[in-house]
Design a protein around this ligand. Structure first.
Ligand SMILES: *[C@@H]1O[C@H](CO)[C@@H](O)[C@H](O)[C@H]1NC(C)=O
Ligand SMILES: *[C@@H]1O[C@H](CO)[C@@H](O)[C@H](O)[C@H]1NC(C)=O
Ligand SMILES: *[C@@H]1O[C@H](CO)[C@@H](O)[C@H](O)[C@H]1NC(C)=O
Ligand SMILES: *[C@@H]1O[C@H](CO)[C@@H](O)[C@H](O)[C@H]1NC(C)=O
Length: 766
């Protein structure tokens, strides 16, 4: 089909050129292909061609076409490449001649070679490489390599296409020399941080049918520019640390990111605060971004710290952030007790809840570390009360008594609730001042004192004493005699009391016979205001002195002797007066009392005759005799003497009887005569030698009370019905034994004359 069309055009050219024929054939036709029927076109028959030895003349040109004389045709002798034959020249044609001989004839033949699209556009370089800074401005142009297409005309290079036009656009510039420049124009700035490498494809296409194309890769490396500042990962960092954190504690590590490359992306950290002192507390590591504590933080000074930090790259760009440090409280402060007001002393009668001290307590720590509780030492009658926030008052909690405790050391201890708890304490000394709340107290509930009558006036009898538990003036006791009267006489005329010392003096001489005792009250009063007092009863007992002689009441002493008649004058020595025989009743009285008032009766021998001794003198007048007052010593000696005498007497008696019996037996044996038994005479008192008058006055003391009669009988019976012998001269036992013997030996001795007894009162000494 194609071939037929080409032939048609060849035939058309034949008709217009005589003697000259033109053909047109496409390039690249295979060998032997028909170019044209030249015989026919030139009107020559085949014989002429043979005879004329027709041949083609190509000159220097290579032979692409050959002549077939038998058929009179022009055929392709060699494949024709238009691009090799003509390059870009158009039109491309082969010019040659056909020469005939016999006659020589000359025909010009032109064969035009038509282009076909047999070449695609091509780029010489496999790829194009560009390095473009990301800072390249919009509109920057980059010249690209052109593509080549060997074909001409419509089959030649037609246009370019660029794949990926995000950043770049393609621009074709017509040159003055007719060529075309292919340029790439930056439409949108590059960002290395987004895409550091771009690959574009440039495609060149021709206008042939079918269209052919060629491509080339454009490699673009985006060069970094320090267009990014370091950026911290957080706009604010938060961290906390304890206030007791030690130096060097790592706190937090911050990071800033710089998207740039290399030095542009190298970040160094620093603290940018200009607050004084903060650089002494914190430091940041230049490259690692680690923040450390290098000083001591104090929660009580600052609870928060704000650290401004900066990150800087080597290109000079910087970013900033901040770190908020919260300081955590640690219980590092003890409570502080501020004693605002404290009284030195308080009255002992102060009412309950009396405030004695006010104090303010605070703890610099916070929360539980700063919650303070205060308490007192246990053993004080005070309490601590919280009045307002942080204010405490110490009040009395129970009754005070200066007499029990005059001083208190109140220790206030305040401790916080931290862990471990811290505490502090303060001690205040409080004096309890005295109030006159104690009356003087006498040492005894009552006093009894004795004074011997006939005392000298002004004599101090004794001392009353009262003590007062109060202090100082309140305890100063004065003694006052309470006004009263004794028998109508004011007591103040009897005694006086020394106000200071309490010594009681007599003011007069007392007479027991007039006043035996009296009592009065002494008041002790202290010096308080109002004063307190107490009183005590003082009883003064006047003691008797033997200052009154007995008075014989009956019989009335007229000088004569009434009892003289009572004893027969003829009575023998040893005449036994029957016990109980009342001779007479003598009544005497003594104003004194006790032993002083005891009346003793004794018989005074007023005559010179040997006395007749009454074995007992019984006085009915014994009502006031009191045995108790008897002198014990005297009794003892009397008993002792009596015992000795009795013993010796009995011993002698036994010896004498033994001797008598012995003699009697002997005489019986010898004479066989019976002698009458010697009767037993109880021993009796006699004069030592049984002769002559006694010059002595024999005093017989008979102590008798109505009740003591029996007890006194001991005395009397000790002698086994014997008559008591009292020998004041104590001339010796042997003497008496001897006298007894004499009496016994001479039983018929004449009776001494009856004595006349007289009574003489014996005054005993107390
Ligand atoms: C452009 O390139 C992309 C891949 O990079 C490809 O998918 C696409 O077909 C290409 N377009 C043209 C017109 O060549
Ligand atoms: C800080 O105080 C806390 C609580 O009192 C304690 O546990 C910790 O050991 C202390 N740290 C230092 C470094 O003293
Ligand atoms: C109070 O303390 C003082 C000083 O320590 C001491 O002398 C005094 O005896 C104390 N008083 C009492 C009642 O404990
Ligand atoms: C003496 O004391 C008693 C109580 O001990 C009291 O009843 C009396 O009134 C007091 N007498 C005087 C005179 O003060």
């Amino acid at each position: 089909m194609r071939w037929q069309v080409v032939l048609f055009f060849s035939m058309l050219s034949l008709f217009y050129v005589l003697g000259q024929v033109s053909y047109s054939v496409p390039e690249e036709m295979s060998k032997g292909s028909l170019v044209g029927n030249i015989a026919q076109d030139l009107g020559l028959d085949l014989k002429r061609l043979k005879t004329g030895k027709a041949r083609l003349h190509v000159g220097n040109s290579a032979e692409y076409i050959e002549l077939n004389k038998e058929r009179g045709l022009l055929l392709i002798k060699e494949r024709i490449d238009r691009e090799a034959l003509c390059k870009q020249t158009t039109p491309c044609a082969l010019h040659f001649q056909m020469i005939l001989e016999n006659p020589i004839e000359f025909y010009r033949i032109t064969v035009e070679i038509k282009d076909i699209n047999d070449n695609a556009p091509i780029f010489k370089m496999k790829d194009m490489v560009f390095e473009i800074s990301e800072s390249a401005v919009k509109g920057s142009t980059f010249i690209l390599e052109k593509a080549l297409d060997s074909d001409v005309g419509i089959n030649g290079l037609k246009s370019y296409l660029l794949n990926r036009t995000d950043n770049f656009a393609l621009k074709l510039n017509d040159n003055t020399d007719g060529g075309t420049e292919v340029e790439m124009v930056l439409e949108k700035p590059l960002d290395r941080e987004k895409e550091d490498h771009l690959t574009l494809t440039l495609t060149a296409v021709d206008g042939g049918e079918p269209q052919l194309s060629g491509t080339v890769q454009i490699h673009i490396t985006v060069l970094d520019v320090n267009d990014n500042a370091p950026v911290f990962t957080h706009s604010t960092y938060k961290s906390s640390l304890m206030e007791n954190s030690s130096k060097g504690t790592p706190l937090i590590t911050v990071t800033a990111i710089d998207k740039d490359q290399g030095a542009n992306g190298l970040v160094t950290y620093s603290i940018s605060n200009n607050i004084e002192g903060i650089l002494d507390l914190f430091e940041i590591h230049e490259t690692s971004g680690e923040v450390r504590l290098i000083g001591n933080v104090d929660y009580e000074t600052s609870k928060h710290y704000q650290l401004k930090i900066k990150a800087k790259d080597h290109g000079g760009l910087s970013g900033s952030s901040k770190i908020m440090f919260d300081i955590t409280d640690v219980n590092d402060n003890s409570p502080i007790i501020d004693l605002m007001s404290a009284t030195q002393s308080v009255l002992e009668d102060s009412i309950l809840k009396t405030v004695v001290a006010v104090m303010n307590v605070h703890d610099a720590d916070s929360d539980d570390n700063g919650v303070v509780k205060c308490f007192l030492s246990e053993d004080v009658p005070f309490n601590i009360e919280s009045t307002a926030n942080g204010f405490y008052s110490i009040v009395t909690d129970s009754d005070l008594d200066r007499e029990r405790a005059s001083e208190y050391n109140i220790t206030v201890t305040c401790s916080d609730e931290g862990l471990p708890s811290l505490s502090s304490s303060v001690t205040l000394t409080l004096q309890i001042s005295d109030v006159n709340d104690n009356a003087p107290v006498f040492e005894r509930t009552s006093y009894e004192a004795y004074i011997v009558e006939n005392n000298t006036p002004g004599l101090s009898i004794f001392t009353v004493k009262a003590t007062d538990a109060d202090w100082n003036q309140n305890a100063r006791v004065s003694y006052i005699l309470e006004g009263s009267s004794i028998n109508g006489v004011p007591v103040s005329s009897y005694v006086s009391v020394s106000a200071d010392s309490g010594v009681i003096h007599t003011l007069r001489s007392f007479d027991y016979e007039q006043i035996k005792d009296f009592q009065f009250r002494v008041k002790a009063q202290d010096g308080g205001s109002p004063p307190l007092s107490s009183n005590v009863t003082v009883k003064i007992v006047v003691q008797d002195q033997n200052d009154n002689p007995p008075q014989i009441l009956y019989p009335v002493q007229t000088g004569g002797s009434l009892v003289a008649e009572m004893v027969p004058r003829s009575a023998d020595v040893g005449y036994l007066v029957t016990k109980g025989t009342v001779l007479c009743t003598v009544t005497a009285t003594d104003a004194d009392e006790g032993s002083n008032g005891k009346v003793m009766y004794s018989i005074t021998n007023t005559l010179d005759d040997v006395p007749v001794i009454f074995p007992e003198v019984l006085s009915e007048f014994t009502d006031y005799i009191q045995d108790k007052e008897y002198n014990d010593n005297l009794t003892f000696y009397l008993v002792l003497a009596l015992a000795v005498v009795s013993f010796l007497f009995i011993t002698c008696l036994v010896v004498i009887i033994s001797v008598k019996i012995y003699r009697w037996r002997q005489s019986r044996i010898l004479y066989h005569s019976s002698l009458p038994v010697i009767p037993y005479y109880p021993p009796r008192y006699s004069d030592t030698l049984g002769t002559g008058a006694l010059p002595h006055v024999y005093n017989y003391e008979v102590c008798r009370t109505t009740d003591s009669r029996k007890s006194d009988c001991k005395f009397g019976r000790a002698g086994s019905q014997n008559v008591l012998i009292m020998d004041p001269s104590s001339t010796g036992t042997m003497q008496r034994v001897q006298s007894e013997k004499i009496i016994l030996d001479e039983p018929d001795s004449p009776c001494p004359p009856s004595p006349v007894a007289s009574l003489s009162p014996y005054r005993s000494q107390t």
